[in-house]
Ligand binder design. Structure first.
Ligand SMILES: Nc1ncnc2c1ncn2[C@@H]1O[C@H](COP(=O)(O)OP(=O)(O)O)[C@@H](O)[C@H]1O
Ligand SMILES: O=C(O)C1=C[C@@H](OP(=O)(O)O)[C@@H](O)[C@H](O)C1
Ligand SMILES: [Mg+2]
Length: 188
C-alpha cells in the first residue's frame, strides 16, 4: 500500500454507503486489505448476533427492529479505529446514524440502477427487493435516499461496468483530496 495514504488516514475509519448491490461488502473487503485495516460488515455482525438471516429478521421482528440493531452495531464499531466498514444500504435513513458515520470518512458508491438490477436480479437475500417490480423498487428507494447518500464525504461514481479492484484504486486516488475535511472535524 502507498505509505502516504496510510499516514494521511491516521487510522480514521472508512464507511462505505450506497444502495443494495453497489458493492459495499465486496469493495469494503478489498479496500480494508489495501489500507491494512480490519473489515467489518454491519449486516454480517447483525446476522451473527441474531443467529438468523436478515430476511428472517425482517419477517419475524420487522424492519424497525432491524434498523435498531443496525444503529446498535454502528454505535459499537465507531469506537474503534483502523476499520473499513461496509454498511447496509438503509443506514443513512436514521439521523442518529450520521453522528456515528461522521466519526470517519464516508464514501458513497454511486451505481446506476441498471447495473444494480443486473447484479441483484437473482438475489433472494435482500427482503426489500422481494418485489415483483425490482427495477421500480430500486428506483423509488434511490429517490428516497439520494439526498442522504449525497451527504457522504467522498462520492465515487461508477458509470460503467468496472472491476472491484478498479473501484478500490479510484477510491484510494480520491481519498487524499477529501481527507482534510474529516481530520479537521476531529480537531474542532
Ligand atoms: N465491480 C463490482 N463491484 C462490486 N460488486 C460487484 C461488481 N461486479 C459485480 N459485483 C457483484 O455485485 C453483488 C453485490 O455486491 P455487494 O458487495 O454485496 O453489494 P452491497 O454490499 O453494496 O449490497 C455481488 O454479487 C458482487 O459480486
Ligand atoms: O438497503 C437496505 O435497506 C438494506 C440493505 C441490505 O444491505 P446491502 O446494502 O449490503 O445489500 C441489508 O442491510 C438489508 O437488506 C436492508
Ligand atoms: Mg452488503
Amino acid at each position: 500500500m502507498d505509505g502516504s495514504i496510510k499516514q494521511l488516514l491516521k487510522g480514521v475509519n472508512l464507511y462505505l454507503i450506497g444502495m443494495m448491490g453497489s458493492g459495499k461488502t465486496t469493495i469494503g473487503n478489498l479496500l480494508a486489505q489495501a489500507v491494512n485495516y480490519s473489515f467489518i460488515d454491519t449486516d454480517e455482525v447483525i446476522v451473527k448476533a441474531a443467529g438468523k438471516p436478515i430476511s428472517d429478521i425482517f419477517i419475524t421482528e420487522g424492519e424497525p427492529a432491524f434498523r435498531q440493531l443496525e444503529s446498535n452495531v454502528l454505535a459499537q464499531v465507531c469506537a474503534y479505529t483502523k476499520l473499513t466498514i461496509a454498511t447496509g444500504g438503509g443506514i443513512v435513513l436514521r439521523r442518529e446514524n450520521w453522528s456515528y458515520l461522521h466519526h470517519g470518512l464516508i464514501i458513497w458508491l454511486d451505481v446506476p440502477v441498471e447495473i444494480l438490477l443486473e447484479r441483484l436480479k437473482e438475489d433472494q437475500t435482500r427482503p426489500l427487493l422481494q418485489d415483483p417490480d425490482t427495477q421500480n423498487k430500486l428506483r423509488s428507494l434511490l429517490d428516497e435516499r439520494y439526498s442522504l447518500y449525497s451527504q457522504a464525504d467522498l462520492h465515487i461514481e461508477i458509470t460503467q461496468q468496472e472491476t472491484p479492484e478498479q473501484t478500490v484504486t479510484n477510491i484510494l486516488q480520491a481519498i487524499p483530496g477529501v481527507l482534510k475535511t474529516p481530520v479537521e472535524k476531529f480537531q474542532n
